[in-house]
Design a protein around this ligand. Structure first.
Ligand code: AMP
Ligand code: MG
Length: 358
């Protein structure tokens, strides 16, 4: 192929040539600045703050459709909250738990389906039927208490997702045992952030971000084309982040014992229940961050890997490495991350070890 070259020939004195050269420099700069700048309309930022699902949410969208999209997001978040709230008598989950549910909505159907799949895939770590155990620990009312072993043993017999009778054809659910209850608290925020990305796309928004109490999902890149820089919160909620991830088009969802806990007799009890013991999971991890295209999956897995601990998490990832990447903050203050995050994860605070799939 013939190379296309533009040759500029200047005739005249040295003085003229110098003058022409000096004129060209600002022109080149002006041209390059123009081509890299985005349309002003595309970079117009709109943000709303919501308090919903017990969480402060910040939703940001860019471009001329941003305001319209954010209004839809506000309605959608309210709608999902009203469906999934365990404490609200009109909610679908409340009706399921009191045996009064009709045909399931599309959202609950999808969440139930995904949750039961995760129960199988995570070898029982992700278990939406631990809700009666959450109640016994007081996490549902904030009247915290340590239940006795007998109570835990009794309630563990109800935490059996195989006893959830899910009729997929008729969109119906029933429980095989009396007293069973479910809760989508381990997956609902990721589902919500994923829905928000869908709304963005439907409304023609190409760049946006949602932060639901530290759980983030991003659409596209920033309007200048660069990746989003998303902080992983520190367990002590200090100013210094545990790490920073540079991503585009991803959900970044974190589970940590520090998010909700109480102390009794000098012992800390947190809200992520190991379904094998009925007690707060003790797996050697302070937090788990999942990076994935799929917000719902990321949320379900952040809870699951927190329960599994490091070794099981690494094994699980090796089987599912096309679906997600992870960052674990261990009890001995190290970050262990999957190698897919090399180049996007940095930390000023902790040493980072990358694990490979070999
Ligand atoms: P996350 O912050 O996403 O890890 O979710 C924690 C929430 O998930 C808790 O507040 C409970 O509502 C719920 N949960 C606790 N233990 C489990 C579990 N083993 N499987 C599924 N959900 C759980
Ligand atoms: Mg979760």
């Amino acid at each position: 192929m013939k190379e296309n070259k533009i040759r500029l020939k200047f005739k005249g004195s040295k003085h003229h040539r110098l003058l022409a050269f000096l004129l060209i420099i600002p022109m080149v700069f002006a041209l390059s600045a123009c081509s890299s700048s985005t349309d002003e309309k595309d970079s117009k930022e709109s943000t709303i703050e919501l308090y919903n699902m017990d969480t402060y949410m910040t939703v940001t969208a860019y471009g001329e459709n941003a305001d319209k999209a954010l209004e839809k997001v506000r309605e959608e978040v309210n709608r999902i909250d009203k469906l999934l709230s365990t404490g609200l008598e009109e909610s679908e989950v409340y009706k399921i738990n009191s045996g009064a549910a009709d045909a399931l909505s599309e959202d609950t159907y999808k969440l139930l389906d995904k949750s039961l799949q995760l129960y199988k895939d995570t070898d029982g770590a992700f278990n939406i039927a631990v809700y009666p155990i959450m109640e016994a620990w007081g996490f549902t009312t904030k009247n915290y208490k340590v239940p006795d072993d007998e109570t835990i043993a009794r309630l563990l017999t109800l935490a059996t997702p195989d006893d959830i009778l899910f009729n997929r054809d008729e969109h119906k659910i029933a429980f095989a045992k009396e007293g069973m209850k479910i809760d989508f608290g381990g997956i609902a925020k990721g589902y919500t952030s994923a829905r928000i990305m869908e709304i963005f796309k439907e409304c023609g928004v190409k760049s946006g971000k949602v932060n639901l109490g530290g759980n983030v999902q991003t659409l596209g890149t920033k309007t200048d084309g660069s990746k989003w820089r998303i902080a992983i919160q520190s367990p002590d909620k200090g100013d210094e982040y545990a790490g920073v991830l540079e991503v585009a088009d991803k959900a970044i969802i974190t589970s940590g014992g520090y998010e909700r806990f109480f102390e009794e007799n000098g012992v800390t009890y947190h809200h992520i229940i190991d379904p094998k013991t009925g007690k707060p999971a003790k797996s050697g991890l302070q937090s788990v961050t999942i990076v994935s295209d799929d917000g719902t999956l990321a949320d379900g897995l952040s809870t699951s890997l927190f329960i599994m601990g490091k070794d099981k998490s690494v094994e699980f990832w090796k089987k599912h490495k096309d679906e997600f990447q992870f960052v674990l903050l261990t009890d001995d203050n190290k970050l262990v991350a999957s190698e897919g995050l090399k180049g996007s994860l940095t930390s000023d605070r902790y040493e980072v070890e990358f694990v490979s799939d070999k």
